[in-house]
Design a protein. Structure first.
Ligand code: M6R
Length: 366
């Protein structure tokens, strides 16, 4: 069942071009974004929404955080994202014109299910589930659904479920944007093209595995690591830190790079590897100055970037470059290197990669 792979996690990381291809198949075949991708009567539900509230846990929550940047930028409506176990216990102010989006790989996470029930009890009836398991509890309790087609995910650390959730959320964003008249034919064609190219770009990122593996010995003896990103790549830094802590048991934290000076810079010294997600986008110059702040304190930088970012390796600065910049879908592509890094560091430390201590695949208790 594992084929050439040593662990399910590694296999699942490598399945991502296929998983993403399958998840976007309906959109690509359709040649357009359309409400019908989300179920019957979806247009009625989605047409007049005034905002989006995303509810999820763990990695699925980080998918939601990423989507928030897309929803506000592309669809032009407010989007908030909340951890399900927090939302369910606070006095939230309901707005029935908001779309409640739950994200759950398993469809059985208790806190996410309870948050959905709570939202419904407050008067929300526009509900949409993004889920990887057909007919599981959360999609059954939701009006609309988009199934990711990652296939069974066995490794406790979520990988292909995350990137397929992201393409589902991007599809949702473009669909809402279109219904709101914010996506003209040219814009739609260009976003469809981005999606079409994505599996190939993910494959390019997977091909970086030997270079990433070569970094793992530098992380394996450490006790702490810091992950930095800005904008839409900040949630990818969070996801990278979560993967590393889950399977290698190294304490890892993620910060938006602009926050460094507000506290975490005090932690930085030669013993603190700092992973930076630094694609060639509008925030690159800002990220570069954050990197200088780290170097000035002796921190070792491990930078994931893409073509044309105009910086190379120097003392204390290690760089891995993906061959393409994939525009608005860049956070999806930049997920691959942080997954591979966590995997290879865990291997170097000899942990049980597929079944990390204290964790369960599906969290059906509080
Ligand atoms: O099945 P779900 O997507 O609802 O699960 C949510 C989290 O429990 C899950 O993402 C968890 O954080 C993973 N172990 C992360 O790798």
């Amino acid at each position: 069942e594992l084929g050439p792979y040593r662990h399910f996690m590694q296999k699942e990381i490598h399945e991502q071009p296929r998983a993403i291809g399958d998840t976007i198949e309906a959109v690509i075949d359709n040649g357009a974004f359309g409400a019908e991708l989300f179920g019957k009567n979806a247009e009625e539900v989605l047409r007049d929404i005034e905002g989006v509230q995303i509810l999820a846990c763990g990695t699925s929550y980080y998918a939601g955080m990423t989507a928030r940047y897309w929803v506000e930028q592309i669809a032009g409506i407010p989007c908030t994202v909340e951890i399900a176990s927090e939302y369910r216990y606070r006095a939230a102010v309901a707005n029935p014109k908001q779309l409640i989006v739950t994200i759950s790989q398993s469809g059985e996470t208790l806190d996410t299910m309870e948050a959905l029930k709570y939202a419904k009890s407050l008067g929300h009836d526009k509900t949409l589930s993004i889920c990887n398991v057909p007919e599981s509890a959360i999609p059954r309790a939701s009006k609309l659904v988009y199934y990711t087609r990652a296939g069974a995910e066995i490794g406790v650390a979520s990988t292909k479920a995350f990137t397929t959730q992201l393409v589902a959320l991007f599809t949702l964003t473009c669909t809402i944007a279109k219904l709101r008249g914010r996506l003209d034919a040219e814009g739609e064609a260009s976003y469809l093209d981005c999606l079409r190219q994505l599996p190939g770009s993910i494959q390019h990122a997977l091909n970086l595995e030997p270079q990433i593996k070569a970094w793992s010995d530098k992380f394996a003896p450490k006790n702490h690591a810091l992950f930095l990103g800005r904008g839409v790549h900040y949630p990818i830094a969070l996801e990278g830190a979560l993967k590393l802590k889950e399977i290698s048991y190294i304490h890892a934290e993620a910060y938006p790079a602009g926050e460094l000076k507000h506290g975490p810079l005090a932690l930085v010294d030669e013993q603190m590897p700092v992973v930076v997600i630094a694609p060639n986008d509008a925030l690159l110059e800002k990220v570069k100055s954050n990197m200088q702040e780290v170097r000035a304190r002796g921190g070792q930088l491990f930078v994931f970037t893409d073509e044309d970012s105009q910086f190379g390796e120097s003392e204390g600065v290690h760089v891995i470059r993906a061959p393409r910049h994939v525009g608005v879908l860049s956070p999806i592509m930049h997920t691959i290197p942080v997954q591979l890094l966590a995997y290879h560091v865990a291997l170097a430390r000899g942990t049980d990669v597929d079944k990390p201590r204290n964790l369960a695949k599906s969290v059906t208790v509080e």
